[in-house]
Ligand binder design. Sequence first.
Ligand code: ADE
Length: 239
Amino acid sequence: MRIDVVTIFPDYLEPLRAALLGRAVDRGLLEVGVHDLRDWTHDVHRAVDDAPYGGGPGMVMKPQIWGAALDEVCPAGARLVVPTPAGRPFTQELAHAYAAEENLVFACGRYEGIDQRVIEDAARRMPVDEVSIGDYVLVGGEAAVLVIAEAVVRLLPGVLGNPVSAEQDSFSDGLLEGPSYTRPEVWRDLAVPDVLRSGNHALVERWRRDQALERTARRRPELLGALPEGSLDAADHAV
Ligand code: ADE
């Protein structure tokens, strides 16, 4: 997979080359290109924004500069992702869909956003998603790109040491993951639940499932309502 990012803060994307993502790059599983939007400006001030039509606070990023940048950066067949608090929610399902793409291009907006015609124009040539990583407002899309890239790249074959970790994640079965424990057996008077030391695999699986169900009911009840028909068995209903 190749990920390209267009931003006015290229340094902000350095973490794409660190830790898990950096190892994926070193092992040839991921290519990363970070591009400074200002390289496509032609004026001495290298201005990328202008006042909004219709008035209001803040500035809007200019379409001509974004258009030229995306024309050059987006390879044929790429999917364009524009992080914005006004986008559709980024979910584990979307992470899996993105992990199947050859080329992802991220366009990081700042200020009040990017002139909407940039998105409209790009959508004439390629799939474009405006996505939000949560119901809060960041200063720009850069931190959102780091979040999305990490969620996607860890799903690429060969990136995680143990592929079963990705299969057993929170959300992979529509539920939050339950608690985990390691040694010692008792720590500060707190004991590891007996069942986990029982050696009874079926009992352990049942306990984990119940913990996931209870945690999801407490913290994210709306996820239970969204489970596909038939995903709860008789034992689940007893929880
Ligand atoms: N840019 C600013 N806020 C954002 C958010 N919540 N998600 C994605 N991009 C953003």
